[in-house]
Write a protein that binds this ligand. Structure first.
Ligand code: 3PG
Length: 306
């Protein structure tokens, strides 16, 4: 089988070598298609692929139409909002993710971002410490739980909310359950967002929620830019000169935010939460193994488009 490793943002060399080893040991061929310039290049590259490993690469209906032999796409990572699931299902293509494999890298970045903002982006002014502050975690999945554990070890008080988890599970994960989302925002010096981008969550964090945060609070987004109502965020930062926003996913209105709010806003130049050698190896090798298992035994344990 021909397995296309389609990564516009390439994996570390060690991860690519590991993926190749797994794929070739199982008798398949790996074609690395990295740093491609245009979406049309991806459409052309999938023509004879039986399987694909991707990161945030966009698997649209057009890509799926062009991929006549494609049977499985594995998103090496957690979020699969970049894959048109309905089109994949219509084409009979299995879509999987690799949950948990890059979570630690994202969690470490969320912690780093809190400290970076607490210390005024490492400019020589008097900052603050995160010890003793309250962290509110919005969605207590693989990343959220890790952020909570690390924050607790740094002396933070950790609260969390998750619409899919009962309070007992949040307590088991080491956090105090918030009474509501509004309560989480109202009582947290830092809120760290870990929700996926879905029709329900897109644009769901806006002015009302953000302005509930206490004086001097910071909103940390290592999830998806789409979950933020950007106009609402801008207005909140305007009306509340004490609030800060730090994100791994630059908003569309970043130039305006930077100009208006300076050091109160920071965005990484490119999404880098999962960009560690360890996360690349964990997620990349898991994706390769899942594809090999699919062709060997029909295993679809991590399928997300059932
Ligand atoms: C994920 O959903 O796993 C992360 O956002 C990582 O995305 P990336 O593989 O594009 O870095």
């Amino acid at each position: 089988m021909k397995i296309l490793l389609a990564t516009q943002k390439p994996f570390a060399a060690a991860a690519v070598a590991g993926i190749r080893e797994i794929v070739e040991a199982a008798g398949h061929e790996l074609v690395a298609f990295e740093k491609y310039a245009e979406q049309s290049d991806l459409v052309a590259a999938v023509a004879d692929a039986d399987a694909m490993i991707i990161r945030s690469d966009k698997v649209t209906a057009e890509v799926l139409d062009a991929a006549k032999k494609l049977r499985i796409v594995v998103r090496a990572g957690a979020g699969y909002d970049n894959v048109d699931l309905a089109a994949a299902t219509a084409h009979g293509v299995v879509v999987e993710n690799t949950p948990g494999q890059n979570s630690n890298a994202v969690a470490e970045l969320a912690i780093a971002m809190m400290i970076f903002m607490a210390r005024t982006q490492f400019t020589p002014t008097t900052g603050s410490e995160i010890q003793g502050k309250t962290l509110g975690i919005q969605a207590f999945g693989n990343v959220g739980r890790l952020v909570g554990r690390k924050a607790a070890a740094l002396g933070m008080k950790v609260k969390a909310i998750d619409p899919f988890l009962p309070d007992e599970k949040i307590v088991e994960g080491g956090a105090e359950p918030a009474a509501s989302l509004e309560d989480l925002y109202a009582t947290s010096d830092y809120v760290s967002i870990h929700i996926p981008a879905t029709p329900e969550t897109i644009g769901s964090i806006g002015y009302d929620l953000i302005t509930k945060m206490p004086k001097g609070a910071t909103l940390v987004n290592t999830a998806r830019k789409e979950v933020i109502d950007e106009a609402g965020l801008e207005k909140a930062l305007e009306d509340r000169p004490d609030l800060k926003y730090v994100t791994d996913v630059a908003p569309d209105n970043l130039p305006v935010l930077k100009e208006k709010f300076g050091l109160r806003v920071f965005a990484t130049p490119k999404k880098m939460g999962a960009q560690s050698a360890e996360a690349n190896v964990n997620a990349g090798l898991a994706a390769a193994r899942q594809i090999v298992a699919f062709f060997e035994s029909g295993c679809t344990k991590f399928q997300v488009n059932r």
